[in-house]
Design a protein around this ligand. Structure first.
Ligand SMILES: Nc1nc2c(ncn2[C@@H]2O[C@H](COP(=O)(O)OP(=O)(O)OP(=O)(O)O)[C@@H](O)[C@H]2O)c(=O)[nH]1
Ligand SMILES: [Mg+2]
Length: 201
């Protein structure tokens, strides 16, 4: 049996595992994004949004939203036989900032999800990764009803460095999210190679 022979002859592949963060403002679609691609049942830490939180939890644009992440989302995706990503979605609300350093430890790169109706909500995430030199891409989550802007306009509004990729995506769509994740890995690899070169020259 040909299949059996080739399978037996093959050395088992030990995949490289990489940690990627999915960050961005409140209700921008982080939990949705991790859930859309994860091949394991994603771990979620959702709690109901309460009446008491109404003055601080601005759900404009995502009126159908009833829960919020209070610690993290966790998921896994095998991009290639030898490349597995562990995805960590951050909580979106400011009062959970203290968890970010824990989540960011050992991260290779990040996705900053943005909603063009509330672009300012992702300033803090952009700032966080810039300060810590963690490479990131900006994923513009295209909600229905939100105006589409050229990537260059988003780049300018967020004052991004020229090398930071901006990609349009749909956080609910597995293929779309996979593209964003591939972009993060490519960007992080290029970023690491650049830094190595700077150190050795
Ligand atoms: N139309 C549309 N709705 C989306 C999209 N992504 C997420 N949603 C909806 O938007 C709401 C917010 O999504 P979540 O994934 O919970 O957002 P989050 O960023 O994890 O929110 P927090 O953890 O509370 O910060 C949910 O009701 C989703 O169904 C999208 O691409 N298009
Ligand atoms: Mg969430």
């Amino acid at each position: 049996m040909i299949f059996g022979r080739t399978e037996r002859g093959k050395a088992p592949v030990e995949p490289v595992t990489l940690k990627i963060l999915v960050a961005g403002g409140f209700g921008v679609g982080k939990t949705t994004m991790v859930g859309a691609v994860s091949e394991i049942k994603p771990l979620r830490t959702e709690e109901l949004l309460t009446e008491a939180g109404r003055p601080v939890d601005d759900t404009s644009g995502v009126e159908g939203k009833h829960t919020t992440t209070v610690a993290m989302d966790f998921g896994r995706i095998t991009l290639r036989e030898d490349l597995v990503l562990y995805l960590f979605g951050t909580p979106g609300q400011d009062r959970f900032w203290f968890l970010w350093d824990e989540l960011a430890t050992g991260a290779l790169g990040a996705v900053v999800l943005a909603d063009t109706r509330r672009l300012e909500d992702c300033f803090a995430a952009v700032d966080y990764f810039e300060r810590r030199s963690i490479p990131f891409v900006v994923g513009v989550n295209c909600f229905e009803g939100a105006a589409r802007y050229p990537n260059e306009d988003v780049r300018q509004a967020l004052d991004l460095d020229p090398g930071v990729p901006v990609v349009l995506c749909d956080a609910r769509d597995r293929e779309s999210v996979k593209e964003v994740l591939i972009k993060v890995v490519q960007h992080a690899m290029a970023y690491a190679a650049d830094r190595r070169q700077t150190v050795t020259t």
